[in-house]
Design a binder for this molecule. Structure first.
Ligand code: SF4
Ligand code: SF4
Length: 95
């Protein structure tokens, strides 16, 4: 399977940048992730994020359901991985 985007089997219209990985680093995730049984704190890189910032579990049943809930949102994703880290980090502190 070709991995075209990190979140969702993103349609081109979704805007998700393949290799961004911002939403796999910036937010906290409370559900268990393979290799991170207690989930992950905000700002910590998910162990399932590979060197190209793609999810190693994409398309597999092991990928936590919550990961599919983060949809591309220009307000949170910004225009780059750096912006996503900053914007999602701010959102995380406010929620
Ligand atoms: S932060 Fe946004 S653009 Fe980056 S991987 Fe997540 S959904 Fe895609
Ligand atoms: S399991 Fe995959 S989609 Fe979920 S946070 Fe980790 S790398 Fe991202």
């Amino acid at each position: 399977m070709t991995q075209t985007a990190h979140h969702f089997a993103a349609t081109p219209a979704s805007g998700c940048r393949a290799g961004c990985g911002g939403c796999c680093i910036a937010p906290s995730i409370s559900s268990p992730i393979p290799g991170m049984p207690n989930g992950k704190p905000a700002g910590v890189r998910c162990v399932q994020l590979d060197d190209e910032n793609l999810c190693k579990l994409f398309g597999t049943p092991q990928r936590p359901a919550v990961c599919g809930n983060f949809d591309f949102d220009i307000e949170l994703c910004g225009n780059s991985s750096e912006e996503a880290l900053r914007l999602i980090g701010e959102w995380e502190r406010l929620t």
